[in-house]
Design a protein around this ligand. Structure first.
Ligand SMILES: *Cc1c(COP(=O)(O)O)cnc(C)c1O
Length: 495
């Protein structure tokens, strides 16, 4: 079955997967969605016998239907290799009565690696398939983790350049160090004076700037997006949910067909949307538990049916979730409206104009599978300490938001369904916040002393990604205001 992709705002014609991957965002500002969600065509038992790469192929072949088997397998082989520090690629750790799906074993120790290690290969393959001769320039706004994962993915990839904008004062010290030490002549990193939403809005503006696109085309350059709105990121994220279920089944931890709940620390809504797709492909998922930090727009949305970004932006210890406009939610809105582009467009216009919209009762009924809650800063810190003291397992701040929300969910519902808590970052990426949660005495310690102490406490080796930046020189020193982003891009590309 060939799958084509349409914009959630519905004006253009349907495009092939490779075209959707190349464009990132549709010309009308909408996001590409598959015309149908394809069902899994292997049984759960068969999947339980497969390794990560095989499962990735079984999932992606259903979506990227204009890729040949060789093309897709080659992309998968290049992505999920020894860059990951474990054969399992995405292992499950049992702790405190739940399963933690560790998605941080890739090059930059956060879950963005799961998709961004394959996206460059999908993009280059897509360019070849469509006879694109232009150089592909990836423009990215990051709340901290996407930036480094995209840099690591695209650095040195021939035919591409990558530009990353991050909020200068809105990422962790380790996140910033990881980005500004990035090597590779095809990379540029700039800190902007503003928050993540400002960076994201600025990048979206560059994408919709027709005059700029034409000027660049004249120089043999075209823009693409590595942000989580790209279908080439969404689909690879479905794979680890299928892999998690297959692992539980293989290890006898779940019966065939028995449901699992998933708990996802959410920002831009990409990760949990992938779980929604997995469920709609037939994977036995029960509730989709959406966890927010103090920026709890999504919690309010699931409770009231009203999405309202008019509120204070809070800087938290889980910066990758400090987001008030969850871009990928647009895909869910489109689906719960019955794949109605007109309705979706109306709501997105309201979001742009008034900063808020409300969904209909009928749409709200379609959200039954979701449960939303949030964890405040103190609750997040308490959860890190609780889990560590109970079983010695140390989680990062984002995972702790999910873990704390799962505890609230249990208390509220008593639902004994097995739970997979998505662990989106290594605790080593947020060492200071993690160590402060465990003991206030660490506040005065220096960053890398904390890293070594964490390694002792958790009995986990310091990841290579951290060792690398210990003494690495800062390469990228650029800073700019939001309205200078276009100049920064032009200067880098045209000299
Ligand atoms: C990006 C990120 C998230 C949020 O994921 P979304 O797909 O944007 O919802 C959560 N935790 C970490 C560590 C991240 O890097």
């Amino acid at each position: 079955m060939e799958i084509l992709y349409r914009s959630t705002r519905g004006t253009g014609t349907a495009v092939k997967a490779s075209q959707a991957i190349l464009k990132g965002l549709s010309d009308d500002g909408g996001l590409f969605v598959p015309e149908q969600i394809p069902p899994l065509d292997k049984s759960l038992k068969e999947l339980a016998e497969m390794d990560y790469r095989q499962i990735a192929y079984e999932v992606m072949k259903l979506y990227f239907t204009d890729f040949t088997e060789d093309e897709l397998r080659s992309c998968i082989e290049k992505a999920y290799d020894s860059k990951f520090d474990t054969e399992a690629i995405a292992p499950l750790a049992e702790a405190g009565g739940a399963y933690y799906l560790e998605l941080f074993h890739g090059a930059t120790i956060a879950f963005k690696d799961m998709a961004l290690s394959i996206l460059p290969h999908l993009m280059i393959t897509s360019a070849h398939k469509n006879n694109v001769k232009n150089e592909i320039v990836v423009l990215t706004a990051t709340s901290g983790d996407t930036g480094k994962a995209a840099l690591a993915g695209f650095a040195g990839v021939e035919g591409t350049r990558i530009i990353v904008f991050y909020p200068k004062d809105g990422v962790s010290p380790i996140q910033e160090k990881q980005m500004v030490t990035q090597k590779g002549a095809n990379t540029l990193v700039a800190g902007i004076h503003g928050n993540f939403d400002d960076a994201q809005t600025g990048v979206k503006k560059l994408f919709s700037d027709r005059a700029l696109a034409e000027e660049m085309n004249g120089k043999g350059i075209q823009f693409s997006s590595a942000n989580s709105i790209n279908i080439g990121r969404l689909v690879p994220q479905i794979c680890y949910y299928v892999h998690a279920y297959a692992t539980l089944l293989r290890e006898g931890k779940i019966a065939e067909g028995e449901r699992m709940n998933v708990v996802v620390p959410t920002g831009n809504f990409g990760n949990i949307l992938a779980a929604f797709y997995a469920k709609n492909m037939g994977l036995p998922i029960g509730r989709l538990i959406c966890a927010s930090n103090d920026n709890k727009v999504l919690y309010d949305f699931f409770r009231t049916g009203i999405y309202d970004r008019n509120r204070e932006f809070v800087l938290t210890s889980s910066p990758s979730m400090d987001i008030l406009i969850s871009s990928n939610l647009e895909r869910l809105i489109y689906h719960i409206a019955g794949n109605d582009a007109r309705k979706n467009t109306e709501l997105m216009e309201a979001l742009k104009g008034e900063g808020r919209y409300g969904i209909t009762e009928e749409m709200k009924d379609n959200l039954e599978d979701f449960y939303g809650n949030y964890a405040a800063e103190a609750e997040t810190a308490d959860e890190i300490k609780r889990l560590y003291q109970m079983c010695g397992y140390v989680i990062d701040t984002h995972t702790a938001v999910a873990s704390a929300v799962y505890q609230k969910y249990l208390k509220e519902t008593g639902d004994g369904t097995k739970a997979v808590i998505v662990s989106t970052a290594s605790p080593f990426k947020f060492t200071r916040s993690v160590m402060n949660a465990i003991d206030g005495k660490y506040d005065a310690w220096e960053d890398f002393a904390l890293v070594d102490e964490l390694s002792d406490l958790a009995k986990v080796e310091v990841p290579g990604a951290i060792e690398e930046i210990r003494n690495a020189p800062v390469i990228h020193k650029k800073q700019c205001d939001v309205d200078q982003m276009k100049d920064v891009v032009k200067e880098f590309l045209c000299g």
